[in-house]
Design a protein around this ligand. Structure first.
Ligand code: SF4
Length: 720
């Protein structure tokens, strides 16, 4: 019997309230929070009518939940209740391992404790974080896959004994095949051992039933709630054999959802080296060997040498077209470079337009790459059939596939890069070449050229590939709005104007006006005059940092600024600072916490990675200093190409891109100050544009409700 809609909604309301109450009772010290309850019911109301069927359309709930709302509990309770009613699963996707661990280690156990029938939960990481036992076996036989760095230079293969020692741990059951449980020494082996779709024969592999990735996948298939990450969700769009449930059979929750557009873009970002061809030799050798071993009549008809030739022609064309410019920059970079750094430069093609001599060369190269790809794919299809016909061939085929897989992926990357390079779309893809001189010497043999192409906006990618596959989605984060509006995020994520999308803000329970103060400091030097401004801020900080009684955080917008500020600090103060780059981040944070706990002054100085996701409650962070507004990196080629396209259309990249993105980042940086109802913090920004310019005032208005003050040049203060 189906309940009338109003009864069904009342029943859902009661179920949600009952679970929420049980959660409070089963978690000691937990108190009901108005924002948490609001979020719980808002998600349920928005997704209750989701149709879990093909082409049913997606119901999407976008929630900006201020710090302290307790959003994880709210979305887990709403999602599991709805999922049980609809007979579907829940996928929680995060952007960081830290949040994955928090959900697995704290929030899900709490939920299980509160439920009469606890959900089955599982964690699934990307395939590349699990060991491939076939590769480990191969490596222990002394046949490690040669590795190269991004710039194409070779990586020294680790000694055989280290692979053998790791295999002993794997065979003895003291290591479960998970990358994240390896020490730094063993991590150096990982490039040779990671599971990889292209080198895997899955269920035909002799190790299939002892394979950590497939074990995790089997556990995932039985789970009611699966914890994954954005990378995995987006990678699953390109895989027919995804480990994740189809969007029609699950409620998807994207926590740290503000990262989703950038992650989506990175999945469609292509790159291929034009100079490093060792993979091509390896592919030729591996195909040839597999053909002989399996007695397959492989006829490559010189495909590899023709492709090599086409790559030579393309590289020659590139050097004739832009080589002089690149070499000029490289010589300058070599002169200015610090010892030990490889000179590098980048040439971006404005408006995605290649010089006219290059498209025919890319086209010719793509044709040769496609021929080789076709031959290798035919052979792969034959191997599939052969092992179905004769299971005894499976181990031999698995070994051959593991050899072919790595270089075959490079061929696929090359094809995808060529296709995007040749694409003539609107807006055009961002296209560029990175030139690096490996080994420090400026000679032709050491030049590496890597081609890149990337779609300009994530919105099209998500709108085409992700949202049509979804039925019920929650996107949440503490920072989704920019300048007080959801417009920028909705546009960026391809959800603007889409039916079935609701965006809401759940306010933080913190009393910002009482708990914090945001001070804008007027400076003589304009922040646009970077050197003078940084020097002035460095002088001001020498005094202001002395006000920090316990923990403080200085967030710089560039390495140059960070170095200049730390160089100007007196030695006595510098000794109380922990500076990014000096030690591993976790070590710095551990030392900082310990120093504050001992009652000492400790100041962390870092860049963007310290401005987001850093939880330093109470005395750990009572002051946050920002020398300058956190504008996005000026040398990111995709951002540059976006700005160029918008400006070319008569629009303003500054208004449409730069200001909203800065607003999101400013909110994140500011958010480091107050982490609980009892925290108090001072936020100080030495960028007077916040008080003096229209865009600055917009940014200021988009911040939480701190008491806002202006410190003038003479030291006097006024309300803002
Ligand atoms: S080839 Fe595939 S199934 Fe076999 S061990 Fe490696 S990752 Fe697992």
């Amino acid at each position: 019997m189906t309940l009338p809609a109003s009864d069904a909604h009342a029943e859902l309301h009661d179920q949600l309230e009952a679970l929420y109450q049980a959660l409070l009772e089963s978690s000691p010290g937990s108190v009901a929070r108005a924002g948490q309850r609001e979020m719980l019911h808002a998600i349920a109301a928005q997704l209750a009518d989701a149709r879990f069927e093909p082409d049913g359309g997606a119901r999407v709930c976008v929630v900006e939940a201020g710090t302290g709302v307790g959003k994880t509990r709210a979305y887990l309770a709403a999602a599991i209740t709805l999922a049980r009613r609809a007979g579907v699963k829940v996928v929680v996707s995060t952007s960081t391992i830290a949040l994955q661990e928090q959900v697995m280690g704290k929030d899900l156990p709490e939920l299980s404790e509160a439920m009469e029938v606890p959900p089955v939960v599982a964690l699934l990481k990307g395939r590349g974080r699990y060991l491939c036992p076939v590769k480990l076996e191969t490596a222990c036989n002394g046949e490690q896959t040669p590795m190269t760095l991004d710039d194409g230079s070779a990586v020294q293969t680790p000694p055989l004994e280290r692979f053998i020692a790791l295999k002993k741990r794997w065979d003895g059951g003291t290591w479960g095949g998970d990358r994240d449980s390896l020490g730094p020494e063993d991590l150096q082996l990982w490039g040779h051992l990671a599971a990889d779709r292209h080198a895997c024969t899955s269920r035909h592999c002799p190790q299939f039933h002892h394979c950590p990735y497939f074990d995790a996948k089997r556990a995932a298939s039985k789970a009611d709630i699966l914890v994954a990450n954005h990378d995995l969700v987006l990678a699953s769009l390109r895989s027919d054999a995804s480990a994740l449930p189809h969007g029609e059979r699950a409620i998807y929750i994207f926590d740290e959802g503000h990262h989703l557009p950038a992650t989506a873009l990175s999945h469609f970002d292509c790159e291929a080296s034009l100079t490093d061809r060792r993979w091509l030799q390896r592919l030729d050798k591996a195909l040839d060997q597999a053909g002989r071993v399996l007695r397959y009549p492989l006829n490559l008809e010189g495909c590899t040498s023709l492709l090599n030739q086409a790559l030579d022609d393309l590289l020659r064309g590139v050097m004739q077209g832009v080589g002089n410019e690149a070499l000029g920059h490289l010589h300058e970079a070599a002169e200015a470079n610090q010892a030990g750094q490889n000179p590098s430069t980048r040439i971006r093609f404005p408006h995605g337009l290649l010089p006219e001599e290059l498209p025919p060369l890319w086209q010719a190269m793509r044709e040769q790459a496609q021929r080789l790809h076709d031959r290798a794919s035919e052979f792969s299809a034959w191997m599939k059939e052969a092992r179905q016909d004769d299971e005894t061939l499976a181990p031999l085929i698995a070994q051959q596939v593991s050899e072919i897989g790595g270089p075959f992926k490079r061929l696929t990357d090359l094809l995808e890069t060529a296709s995007l390079m040749l694409e003539d779309s609107e807006p055009p893809a961002a296209k560029w070449l990175d030139f690096t001189v490996a080994g420090g010497g400026m000679n032709a043999g050491s030049l590496r050229v890597v081609a890149h192409a990337c779609p300009l906006f994530a919105s099209g990618v998500l709108r085409r590939h992700l949202w049509p596959r979804m039925s019920a989605v929650v996107i949440t984060s503490a920072t989704l709005k920019a300048l007080g509006k959801f417009d920028y995020f909705l546009k960026d994520s391809g959800l603007a104007g889409v039916d079935g999308v609701r965006a809401l803000e759940v306010e933080s329970p913190f009393d910002y006006a009482r708990q914090g103060q945001f001070t804008v400091v007027q400076t003589k030097a304009s922040p646009k005059a970077a050197t003078e401004h940084t020097a002035e801020v460095a002088r001001l900080l020498q005094k202001d940092l002395l006000q920090v009684e316990h923990g403080g955080l200085v967030l710089c917008s560039s390495w140059v600024q960070l170095r200049a500020i730390t160089a100007a600090l007196p030695a006595s103060l510098l000794r109380q600072c922990r500076v990014q780059g000096e030690l591993a981040r976790e070590t710095l944070l551990r030392e900082h916490r310990a120093a504050v706990d001992r009652g000492e002054r400790s100041i962390l100085i870092g860049l963007q990675s310290f401005g987001e996701g850093l939880d330093l409650p109470g005395r750990q962070c009572e002051w946050v200093f920002m020398p300058k507004l956190p504008f996005m990196t000026p040398d990111d080629p995709v951002q540059e190409a976006r700005a160029e396209w918008l400006d070319g259309k008569g629009r303003s990249s500054f208004t449409e891109l730069v200001v909203p993105a800065t607003g999101v980042r400013l909110n994140q940086w500011t958010g480091r100050g107050i982490r609980s109802e009892t925290d108090h913090a001072h936020i100080v920004c030495y960028d007077p544009r916040l008080a003096m310019t229209p865009f600055g005032k917009q940014l200021l208005a988009g911040l939480p409700g701190f008491a806002k003050r202006l410190r003038r040049l003479d030291g006097s203060e006024a309300n803002l």
